[in-house]
Design a protein around this ligand. Structure first.
Ligand SMILES: [Mn+2]
Length: 331
C-alpha cells in the first residue's frame, strides 16, 4: 500500500515542508513503511471543515488531527491540543516546530543525529517558533553584503524562499519535486538546484519584503491604548511585495500585539500576533482569542499558537471583530 503523507502546505515558514522531509528520511522505515510515501499539502481549514477526508494509512503532519482514524499524526499547534488520550503513533506537544518535534521522536526511536541535523533543528525551531534575536531576524529579512558563508538560519530561509515565490502553482510543484526520491540529511541539503539559483531566489524574496514594508508604511499604525499595531489595507490598493510578518515589531518596538488583515472576496483573513521581542509583557493567549473570535464571527476554525494565530471571518464583520480583539488587548 502507498501511504499518503499530508503536511501543512501553505504555511509561512518551512515547517510543513521540513516535517515531510524529516518523516520520510528518518521515521518512515522504522514505522514499517517500505514503499513510496505520496506527499500532499493541506491547509488547517481543509481538515477543520471536513473538506479533506482521511484514510486509514494516512500520515498527517503540522496540521490538526482529522476525525477519521489515520496511521500517524504529529502536531505542535496550541489549537490542536487533543481532548482525549491519543492512539499509537499519534503525537502532540507544545513545541517550537513540528519538524523539530519529529527529529526528537526519531532520536527517541534510536537515530544518532549528525551535527548538521541538530543545527537544522535549532534553526527551524527559531523560524517556526519566532524565537529570533533582532540580529537573527535582520539576517533573514534584510539583505547581507554577501552569502559566501550563510548561517544555518539563512540556509533554512533560502530553502523556504524556493517554495514561497509569488507563483503559487510553481511553489506547489517545487515543494513536491524537492521531496521526491532520495533525500539529503536535512531539508536544506538540496542537491538538484544549484546554489546560485537558490541565492538569487532568496535575494528576490528580500526585495519583495522591502517593497511590502514600503507599502505598509503608508497605513500600518500603532494604537497606544491596546498596545497593538493595526494593519488594515482598506483604501490602500492591492498588496505590493511579500509580507514581512515581523516588521511591526522592529518598527514599533514598544508594541505588544499586532493584527494584520487581508481581504479575499467576501472573506477577511486575520493574522493576530504578539511581539516576539516582548514575550514577558504579553498577557493574552492569542490562540485562545483566535478560537473565540472565530466562534463568534466565523466557522470556529482558527489555527495557531499561544503567541500567534490565523483565522477567516466574513468580510462584513471585520469592524466588529477588530473592536472585540482590541478591547481584549486593552483589558
Ligand atoms: Mn509548524
Amino acid at each position: 500500500m502507498i501511504n499518503r503523507l499530508f503536511t501543512h502546505g501553505n504555511c509561512s515558514s518551512l515547517d510543513g515542508f521540513a516535517s515531510a522531509h524529516i518523516f520520510k528520511k528518518y521515521l518512515a522505515l522504522g514505522l514499517g513503511l517500505t514503499s513510496a510515501v505520496q506527499i500532499g499539502q493541506l491547509d488547517p481549514s481543509d481538515i477543520e471543515t471536513g473538506r479533506f477526508e482521511a484514510q486509514s494509512g494516512d500520515i498527517v503532519l503540522d496540521l490538526p488531527k482529522p476525525k477519521q482514524d489515520i496511521f500517524f499524526w504529529c502536531d505542535h499547534h496550541y489549537t490542536s491540543e487533543p481532548k482525549n488520550k491519543l492512539p499509537e503513533n499519534h503525537y502532540w506537544a507544545l513545541k517550537p516546530s513540528c519538524a523539530g518535534y519529529l527529529i526528537e521522536l526519531a532520536i527517541t526511536a534510536g537515530l544518532d543525529p549528525k551535527a548538521e541535523l541538530l543545527e537544522f533543528k535549532e534553526a527551524v525551531d527559531i523560524m517556526d517558533g519566532a524565537l529570533y534575536t533582532t540580529e537573527q531576524l535582520k539576517s533573514v529579512y534584510y539583505p547581507s553584503d554577501n552569502y559566501d558563508n550563510p548561517s544555518m538560519l539563512q540556509r533554512v530561509h533560502m530553502i523556504s524562499a524556493l517554495i514561497h515565490t509569488r507563483n503559487r502553482q510553481f511553489n506547489h510543484h517545487r515543494f513536491k519535486d524537492l521531496l521526491k526520491g532520495e533525500l539529503g540529511d536535512t531539508p536544506v541539503s538540496v542537491n538538484n538546484i544549484n546554489i546560485s539559483e537558490i541565492i538569487e531566489t532568496f535575494k528576490r524574496q528580500l526585495k519583495n519584503y522591502q517593497k511590502w514594508r514600503n507599502w505598509v508604511d503608508n497605513f500600518q499604525r500603532y494604537e497606544k491604548s491596546s498596545e497593538c499595531v493595526i494593519q488594515d489595507p482598506r483604501n490602500s490598493g492591492p498588496m505590493i511585495g511579500s509580507p514581512d510578518r515581523f516588521y511591526s515589531y522592529l518598527r514599533f518596538p514598544e508594541s505588544i500585539y499586532s493584527i494584520r488583515i487581508s481581504f479575499h472576496g467576501n472573506e477577511a483573513r486575520l493574522s493576530i500576533g504578539s511581539n516576539i521581542f516582548q514575550q514577558d509583557r504579553r498577557k493574552v493567549n492569542i490562540g485562545q482569542l483566535g478560537v473565540e473570535i472565530s466562534r463568534q464571527f466565523g466557522d470556529g476554525g482558527a489555527g495557531g499558537h499561544q503567541q500567534t494565530c490565523g483565522l477567516t471571518i466574513p468580510a462584513d464583520s471585520i469592524d466588529q471583530a477588530l473592536e472585540e480583539i482590541l478591547a481584549k488587548f486593552r483589558e
